[in-house]
Design a protein around this ligand. Structure first.
Ligand SMILES: *Cc1c(COP(=O)(O)O)cnc(C)c1O
Length: 372
């Protein structure tokens, strides 16, 4: 079997055919010729599209190398997450969510509760979700968590959930399948916002769900048909095109994240530094055991809101913007959104693909210039 880099440049492309493009362009079609009986893969554009098929099979190859798996694309990460949670739970079921996960999860919780689903939450760290599993139908994991960067033992949580008959979905947004493979760790669903590192250029919203279980895949497909949260062919094609450089981008961005973390740990004004790749990070051991790469995101706290705002204003190579995983470094004072339980001076930093020396120098200069 080939390595991830080799797989990424070819995944989902058609067999070579004389005079055909190596990568077919996007197919824009609301409907397809369909004489007589309803048959074949492409009938109506909400149900299937050849451009989706290419990226879906590419993502299946990356999520489950050498094995059978199915992937469904969605218009966004939230559409993909909602597709699993809402297609797999019924009134009367219990769902376990992380209490420190993506900031839209509290809204999801409200909606699930309104539909008669009991929702329990527990933190990602120390595998605290274990204690909430009795009687659950579905366990939702986010590891590393966003924005706290805590890590849980996915194999251990999956084993405990499966023992109780519960399904497990993992939000793998921070890692991408080249940084962590939830299906290899036993999860039933690997789900991600591909808006972030997977597409990596900050110009596309997209999400996907991958599973090895054909029946679960059909449940999610049915939900996509009902809710209609489908991606456009152009977004899908851009994402597929970006996949070829994913290993290169991750290598550089991971190295930059580590270099920044190493530079920041010497700074007296920085506290609460988190990056799973740092040997002294509380998540390092677990991350090393279950991840393939430590990721592009780090977190740290500056002494005050004003200090963090000054830092973000002074950094020249770092855009003050939300989201993460892109080729241009971004950072934000996460507390400005209100939702997450983080300090006023907490900065979530996404390392881009700039030259390492330039990026580290820019960040250190901005810190020097933002001292109160
Ligand atoms: C961004 C993000 C989402 C939501 O993805 P969208 O593509 O913005 O809908 C979900 N989970 C995590 C961990 C995220 O970072």
């Amino acid at each position: 079997m080939t390595g991830d880099g080799t797989r990424a440049v070819r995944a989902g492309l058609p067999e070579a055919a004389r005079n055909e493009p190596t990568m077919p362009g996007p197919v824009f079609a609301a409907h397809f010729h369909l004489p007589g009986e309803v048959a074949g893969p492409y009938t109506y554009g909400r149900d299937g599209n050849p451009t989706w098929s290419g990226l879906e099979s590419a993502l299946s190859e990356l999520e489950a190398p050498g094995e059978e798996a199915g992937t469904l694309l969605f218009a966004s990460g939230m559409a993909a997450i909602s597709a699993v949670l809402f297609s797999q739970s019924r009134s009367g079921d219990t769902v376990v969510l992380p209490s420190d996960g993506y900031q839209v999860l509290p809204l999801v919780r409200e909606q699930l509760t309104a539909y008669g689903v009991t929702v329990r939450t527990a933190p990602t760290g120390e595998d605290a979700q274990l204690d909430a599993l009795d009687g659950a139908r579905l366990l939702w994991i986010e590891s590393p968590s966003n924005p706290g960067l805590d890590v849980c033992d996915i194999r251990r949580l999956v084993a405990a959930a499966h023992e109780r008959g519960a399904l497990v979905g993992v939000d793998n947004t921070l890692s991408t399948p080249l940084g962590q493979r939830p299906l290899d760790l036993g999860a039933d669903f690997s789900v991600a916002s591909d808006t972030k590192a997977l597409t990596g250029h900050g110009d596309v919203l997209l999400g996907h769900v991958t599973t090895r279980d054909p029946a679960l895949l059909e449940g999610v497909r049915r939900w996509r048909k009902i809710i209609g949260a489908i991606p456009g062919p152009m977004e899908t094609w851009l994402a597929h095109r970006s996949l070829a450089t994913l290993p290169l981008r991750l290598d550089r961005q991971n190295a930059n994240a580590l270099a920044l973390a190493e530079a920041l740990r010497a700074r007296p004004e920085v506290s609460g530094l988190r990056y799973p790749g740092l040997p002294e990070d509380p998540a390092h051991k677990l991350a090393t055991a279950q991840m393939l790469r430590y990721g592009t995101v780090l977190g740290f706290t500056l002494p005050s809101r004003e200090h963090a705002e000054r830092f973000l204003a002074r950094a020249r190579l770092v855009e003050d913007a939300t989201s993460f995983g892109g080729v241009r470094s971004t950072a934000e004072r996460r507390r400005r959104w209100g939702g997450d339980a983080v300090a006023e001076g907490f900065v979530r930093f996404s390392a881009g693909a700039e030259d390492t020396e330039d990026l580290v120098a820019d960040v250190l200069r901005a810190l020097d210039e933002s001292e109160g």
